[in-house]
Design a protein around this ligand. Structure first.
Ligand SMILES: [Ca+2]
Length: 348
């Protein structure tokens, strides 16, 4: 891979000799910065009646230097969120951007983030799981998959709401299946559009897919399965516009049920092995499908009937510490000599 990159670079240099080689647009991340990062598209039902996606998206943007976001798609289904809800959190990010970029030059510009926001399908799929109509969000998934394939990278699609747009994208162009790495949060999300989820399950058995139906709760529940945890809201309050946005979304506590999909990519565990210990959970392979992973039914990992929840809950304290350090970035610029946050991550 590295050799191929160097050859490509050499070719570009030769191509540029004696010509005014066009610079990439200022709003695009540079090729160097995206070379080793996961390419990520999030399909979210942020807005409407789902305040925890607001917290999840504020969290995602605090880690935007670690990932190459290629799409943020509003897939609201029944409860009212829209692409404007994504623009709202990016507006908060824009206020904090001067501070954030002192911590890492890899934070994307707010203009770039706005350029990758797309409206997905508003209505759930009909019983067959796909429809005749596409949407800008669906098209964004297909196009991002093609760009990823050209770059020789997988495209991570994180499903934080219904699978409506993912199903439609796979129906529109089934060839993208080979480049996708899907991590979906199920349960309530699945119920918002079961036809879409079932279509994917039935018609795309080769899809690389972590389907997390209950492990995700380990991010915010206590040992008795209650929505109760040790997150301290003062670690977000007063920490920039993103901190205030995070608190306002759900002032009584942290609940980011969809975030394990992102944690899976930002810890140091092997992204290619869903069975490994990870902040995003550990899963077992579906005995019927080699490319699909599901919640671990081991009773020792079960919390109050939520299979696999302990695979994430055991890292809760470390995850929260890391998030608090990220909110510090939004609050103030990095002063010279300040060490970057280092945490004990699985695989790190
Ligand atoms: Ca959601």
């Amino acid at each position: 891979m590295a050799k191929r990159f160097h050859l490509a670079l050499l070719f570009l240099l030769l191509l540029c000799q004696g010509t005014a080689c066009a610079q990439p647009p200022a709003t695009q991340p540079t090729a160097t910065s995206v070379r080793h990062k996961p390419w990520v598209l999030i399909s979210t039902d942020i807005g409407g009646s789902d305040p925890d996606d607001k917290q999840s998206m504020a969290h995602a943007l605090l880690y935007a230097d670690r990932l190459h976001f290629v799409g943020l798609v509003s897939t609201p289904t029944r409860h009212g969120g829209r692409a404007s809800d994504l623009l709202e959190v990016i507006a908060a990010y824009e206020k904090d951007y001067p501070n954030l970029k002192t911590w890492s030059a890899d934070y994307p510009t707010p203009a770039y983030l706005r350029s990758i926001v797309h409206q997905g399908q508003i209505e759930p799929q009909p019983p067959e799981g796909f429809s005749a109509q596409s949407s800008p969000g669906t098209d964004a998934i297909v196009q991002a998959a093609y760009r990823a394939r050209e770059a020789g990278r997988p495209l991570w699609v994180l499903v934080w709401g219904a699978a409506t747009d993912l199903a439609q994208a796979l129906h529109t162009d089934p060839r993208i299946v080979t480049v996708l790495r899907v991590y979906s949060i199920g349960d309530w999300n699945t119920e918002q559009d079961r036809a879409a989820r079932d279509y994917i399950h039935r018609h795309h058995p080769a899809l690389w897919w972590i389907e997390n139906d209950s492990s995700f709760r380990g991010l915010y529940i206590d040992e008795n399965g209650r929505d109760n945890n040790g997150w301290r809201m003062e670690d977000a309050r007063g920490h920039g516009a993103l901190g205030e946005y995070f608190v306002a979304a759900r002032p009584w506590g942290l609940k980011m049920g969809d975030t394990p999909s992102l944690l899976y990519l930002i810890d140091h565990a092997d992204d290619g092995d869903p069975t490994a210990d990870s902040w995003g959970g550990s899963f077992i392979r579906d005995p019927m499908r080699p490319q699909r992973w599901i919640d671990d039914p081991d009773r020792r990992l079960d919390i109050a009937g939520y299979a696999g929840a302990e695979t994430i809950r055991r890292f809760q304290a470390a995850i929260y510490r890391d998030i608090a350090a990220r909110f510090d970035r939004a609050r103030a610029p990095r002063s010279p000599g300040t060490p970057l946050a280092a945490s004990a991550r699985p695989g790190g």
